[in-house]
Design a protein around this ligand. Structure first.
Ligand SMILES: *[C@@H]1O[C@H](CO)[C@@H](O)[C@H](O)[C@H]1NC(C)=O
Ligand SMILES: *[C@@H]1O[C@H](CO)[C@@H](O)[C@H](O)[C@H]1NC(C)=O
Ligand SMILES: *[C@@H]1O[C@H](CO)[C@@H](O)[C@H](O)[C@H]1NC(C)=O
Ligand SMILES: *[C@@H]1O[C@H](CO)[C@@H](O)[C@H](O)[C@H]1NC(C)=O
Ligand SMILES: *[C@@H]1O[C@H](CO)[C@@H](O)[C@H](O)[C@H]1NC(C)=O
Length: 300
């Protein structure tokens, strides 16, 4: 402020001095100095001073303008806008990151689901194959079952179907052999009776099916106890009658020399000896001797 006041005084001083100088020069110009160039010089000086003043004022005003609002405001606004934009930008980046993460998560979820689906597909394929195998096995078993029903299935387990009858061969240990009447009782307890050999076919079938006794070179009656069948002449010696009350008609398939009613007790019950000749395989024995036995019943 002080310097400003001083410069103002200085300006007015110069101004006054200039004007007085011009007047004085005219008056002193008795030496006939030309007036016109002097005026030009004065005006030039004045002009210079005015120019300087204008420059000083201009600089001052420029300083004031720089310090004060419009540009400054604009810059601050711009800075604020930039800051807001930066905030918006970081928000956008954050949102983008989040979206990216969500996308990655969804993608990995999708991958997992795909894996699951493939595993399920593998599983279901293998189950399908198992199912097909089981179907095939079931069909085979069903066909086997129908075969069994048509053949062995018509006889009880452990019984043998030969043509039109079921047979049970009591092939037991020595201690479990039975006399003829106990053997028959056993067959009856099984819903059957001792075997009745009606014809040659049945004789042949049994001969070929029942286990053969080994030949040892000793007489045949040493080789095995034989198998009781449902034939006896207990009622009338020499008249052989089957357990179904049918009398033996065709002579039978006796071993040579049989039946001989051997011994003091006689022999009134018939048995099988499966050896080498199907036409010669029966013999008579004492009914209280124990042997294996053969039951027969009709099929189911
Ligand atoms: C796979 O199978 C299981 C059941 O076995 C089921 O719960 C699951 O949804 C299945 N997954 C797909 C992807 O199908
Ligand atoms: C069916 O029976 C035959 C012999 O009769 C046997 O070889 C086959 O293994 C049986 N099949 C099944 C599936 O039991
Ligand atoms: C089967 O039994 C019937 C009736 O008993 C008989 O006529 C036929 O000859 C027998 N067939 C065979 C192969 O044993
Ligand atoms: C055989 O005859 C006896 C006595 O006569 C009788 O008790 C039995 O029921 C008859 N058996 C058959 C199968 O006819
Ligand atoms: C058969 O043996 C039993 C004992 O196991 C006996 O009671 C029965 O009298 C015997 N029968 C004959 C005919 O010997």
């Amino acid at each position: 402020m002080i310097s400003n006041d001083y410069s103002t005084e200085e300006k007015s001083f110069h101004h006054n001095t200039g004007t007085k100088a011009c007047m004085r020069t005219v008056r002193v110009g008795s030496k006939s100095l030309p007036l016109y160039p002097l005026i030009i010089v004065c005006l030039g000086l004045l002009n210079t001073i005015l120019l300087l003043t204008a420059v000083v004022i201009g600089i001052y005003c420029g300083k004031v303008n720089e310090e004060s609002t419009p540009h400054q405001m604009t810059i601050q606004t711009l800075i604020m806008e930039v800051k807001q934009l930066q905030i918006l930008q970081s928000d956008a980046i954050k949102a983008q990151e989040e979206a990216k993460q969500a996308l990655e998560k969804a993608f990995s979820g999708h991958q997992q689901l795909k894996l699951h689906l493939e595993q399920n597909k593998t599983l279901s394929d293998s189950l399908q194959r198992q199912l097909e195998t089981l179907h095939a096995e079931r069909a085979a078993l069903l066909s086997n079952a129908s075969n069994i029903r048509e053949s062995c299935g018509r006889c009880h387990p452990g019984w043998l179907l030969l043509n039109t009858s079921c047979y049970f061969h009591a092939k037991v240990g020595l201690s479990s052999l039975k006399n003829w009447s106990d053997s028959r009782a056993d067959c009856i307890s099984r819903g059957a009776d001792l075997a009745v050999i009606d014809n040659w076919d049945e004789q042949l079938n049994l001969f070929e099916t029942l286990p053969k006794v080994e030949r040892t070179g000793r007489p045949w009656w040493f080789e095995a106890p034989g198998i009781w069948i449902g034939l006896t002449d207990i009622q009338k010696e020499g008249t052989w009658v089957w357990v179904n009350n049918v009398t033996l008609q065709h002579g039978g398939y006796w071993i040579q020399g049989e039946p001989n009613n051997y011994g003091s007790y006689g022999e009134n019950c018939a048995a099988l000896m499966i050896r080498d000749n199907p036409r010669k395989s029966w013999f008579d024995g004492q009914c209280d001797v124990t042997k294996e036995w053969l039951c027969e019943m009709g099929p189911n």
